[in-house]
Design a protein around this ligand. Structure first.
Ligand SMILES: [Zn+2]
Length: 387
């Protein structure tokens, strides 16, 4: 199986190249908008037709190299097609237009060297631009590259390179491992592995305390300092996510399935997060951690699944009793019904695994408040008390 991923690289663009690139982006937008408008007017998404309609006049009007005129047309055709799809779903759409396009480079318009140089064909000719590999992009070093999208962000120029890797087809092992985000450790697996550095939280607390002090000041130098601090904090979070996602994926074998809480709905709902969740390390970046985990998992033939997080921290893995009071403290779980006591994060990871395996009783899966006499008939889960 071929797995493709996108690697984001920051480019070191100097002054002279900067203006050439800015002008290239501007003209690329013009070409894109002209093709999109033509397709919109004549109600076509046919690339060949649109090429015939627009290519010559764009080449005359613009300095854009021919490869990029073609690339802009291809992107405009994609945009027209997706607009048509949205219209079919009954959504209101207008003619696709852009002021800040991502330029699509391909084999004809760029050459990529993992040693830190990329050659780009832009207005005025081919330029050489340097880039640095960070901890994240190092993972992909040497892989075969495909097209790349070139974008300007407030923090500079970036190249999003699509890379591919041949991954052997692996049979599913049928083994599932639940992952809970821990209180004391960033992640806990149902195999009993505590992953991530326990000191991360202290480091983060120091950042946050310093940030609060600076926010209170409001002077110009404090604001500058604050901006730098926010950058460092963001980099720290990103690094933590890389380390953690790597450990998680390495903690299982190819063919196994890692199961997470599906937090997509909770993120939009501050109330549902609750104090307990806010205190957990990594609550800030679950979306990113999830994306890091999923590409690393794909490269290692590990499967990913998500389950509803409701009651995963409150359910007793022994008797199935669900109760807020089961979670006596942040770190200790003690069932008020059967007395079973265990590390709360470990219990969470078992519940996540067991829900995925369908071992929760139908009663606990019902919406709304559960608990009551029905627990008598509950399925005893496969959680291993001996861990
Ligand atoms: Zn119990």
């Amino acid at each position: 199986m071929i797995v493709t991923q996108t690697v984001r690289l920051k480019l070191a663009v100097d002054g002279a190249h900067d203006s050439a690139l800015a002008e290239t982006v501007r003209q690329y937008a013009t070409a894109f908008n002209a093709v999109a408008a033509a397709g919109w007017k004549t109600k076509t998404t046919n690339g060949v037709k649109l090429h015939q309609q627009t290519y010559r006049s764009l080449r005359v009007a613009l300095d854009l190299p021919s490869q990029l005129v073609i690339s802009a047309r291809m992107k405009a055709v994609e945009a027209l097609k997706s607009a048509r799809e949205r219209a079919k779903q009954g959504r209101k759409v207008g003619c696709p237009q852009t002021a800040k396009p991502a330029i699509r480079f391909d084999a004809r318009s760029y050459r990529f060297d993992w040693n830190g140089i990329v050659h780009l064909t832009v207005i005025g000719g081919r330029i050489k631009v340097a880039f640095l590999l960070d901890r994240h992009s190092e993972t992909f070093k040497g892989l075969k590259t495909h097209s790349a999208d070139f974008v300007r962000k407030p923090k500079g120029w970036f190249l999003h390179v699509v890379v591919e890797k041949e991954v052997p087809d692996v049979q599913e092992t049928g083994k599932t491992v639940g992952v809970d985000r821990g209180v004391k450790r960033p992640a806990v697996t149902s195999d009993g592995q505590f992953l991530g550095n326990p000191r991360w939280r202290a480091v983060e607390e120091r950042f946050l305390a310093l940030r609060r002090r600076l926010q209170g000041k409001g002077t110009r130098s404090a604001r500058r300092h604050l901006a730098r601090l926010n950058d460092r904090l963001a980099r720290f979070h990103r690094d933590c996510d890389h380390v953690l996602s790597k450990r998680l994926v390495r903690s299982v074998s190819p063919g196994d399935t890692l199961v997470f809480e599906d937090l997509t709905n909770i993120r939009d709902n501050a109330k549902a997060c609750g104090k307990a969740n806010r205190r957990r390390l990594h609550s800030w970046s679950f979306a990113r951690l999830g994306s890091f985990v999923s590409y690393k998992a794909a490269l290692r033939s590990v499967n990913i699944a998500a389950v509803n997080p409701r009651d995963t921290s409150r359910r007793c893995p022994m008797c199935g009793w669900i109760d807020k009071k089961n979670r006596r403290t942040q770190s200790t779980f003690r069932c008020v019904r059967c007395g079973y006591e265990r590390n709360a994060d470990l219990v969470g990871s078992w519940n996540i695994r067991d829900r995925h395996e369908g071992l929760w009783s139908p009663v606990s899966e019902a919406p709304g408040r559960v608990n009551s006499p029905n627990v008598e008939g509950m399925h005893i889960s496969s959680a291993s008390p001996g861990l």
